[in-house]
Design a protein around this ligand. Structure first.
Ligand code: DGL
Length: 265
């Protein structure tokens, strides 16, 4: 048993989609979230910069005596985590759980992956999938406009629909039956993406799969909390608190209260 909080970070708001799932699968756990809203987006930055930002995010969470870190950011998970070892606590990214889920659920072996430019360029999703299932075919597409669309509250608009059909048409034509939303911002575009891909294509949320994986990991290592009251949630951001509170509720699926703090990184 371990009553310390779980630390979660993302470049901005997207990681809250993973927190939403964590709160549903482990409601009693305390969660400390860091969103690097002052430096979002990460996805179009150089590898060196993404690694540095990811190290800063991890260092921040380590100050909070956490038992597990979840890199709830596809870009940090694919571009930076392979270079960051031994931070002193368990750390998991969003890639492996999503890849396992996609392999389990595909019927025709054709798996699509969408993510930021950095994530797709790293090719990590495709590498993990084909190492787990060599017969799988992976088709990837970078969707660099999705994060700004979502962070600016345009997820449910005609603009989002137009941009998404342009990004997704190639994957649709390849006949993928499973599509990994390889960026934790993308669940907010789930409706739009599903309309374009069609109901026969199963969407895999990397944040949801990571939350379920985290639960299994903590249970296996006997590190779940033994409290039975609802866990405490604290949110830290590196930029304006007000806009995080306003938009964050959409990602979290519930209102964010007073527990948001601005911090220097
Ligand atoms: N949520 C991050 C991800 O999963 C957003 C990336 C970005 O900041 O560009 O990749």
């Amino acid at each position: 048993m371990d009553n310390r909080p779980i630390g979660v970070f993302d470049s901005g708001l997207g990681g809250l989609t993973a927190v939403k799932q964590l709160m549903s699968v482990m409601p009693d756990e305390d969660i400390i979230y860091f969103g690097d809203t002052g430096r979002v987006p990460y996805g179009n930055r150089s590898r060196e910069t993404i690694i540095q930002y990811t190290r800063d995010d991890i260092d921040f969470l380590l100050k909070h005596n956490i038992k597990l870190i979840i890199a709830a950011c596809g870009t940090a998970s694919s571009v930076a985590l392979p270079y960051i070892k031994d931070v002193g606590v368990r750390i998991i990214g969003v890639l492996e759980p999503a890849c396992h889920a996609a392999i389990e659920r595909t019927k025709n072996g054709k798996i699509g992956v969408i993510g930021t430019a950095g994530t797709i360029k790293s090719d990590k999703y495709a590498q993990i999938i084909t190492s787990l299932e060599p017969s799988a075919q992976v088709f990837s597409a970078a969707c660099p406009m999705f994060v700004p669309i979502v962070e600016n509250g345009y997820a449910d608009t005609e603009v989002a629909r137009m941009v998404a059909s342009d990004y997704l048409i190639g994957l649709k034509n390849q006949g993928v039956d499973t599509l990994i939303l390889g960026c934790t911002h993308y669940p907010l575009l789930e409706g739009v993406i599903s309309d374009i891909m069609g109901s026969g294509v199963e969407l895999i949320s990397s944040g949801r799969e990571a939350a379920q994986y985290a639960r299994k990991l903590l249970a296996r290592e006997d590190l779940l909390t033994d409290r039975t009251a609802e866990g405490r949630r604290e949110f830290y951001v590196s930029d304006d608190v007000e806009s995080f509170v306003q938009l964050g509720g959409l990602f979290l699926g519930q209102k964010i209260g007073k527990n948001v703090h601005k911090t220097k990184i």
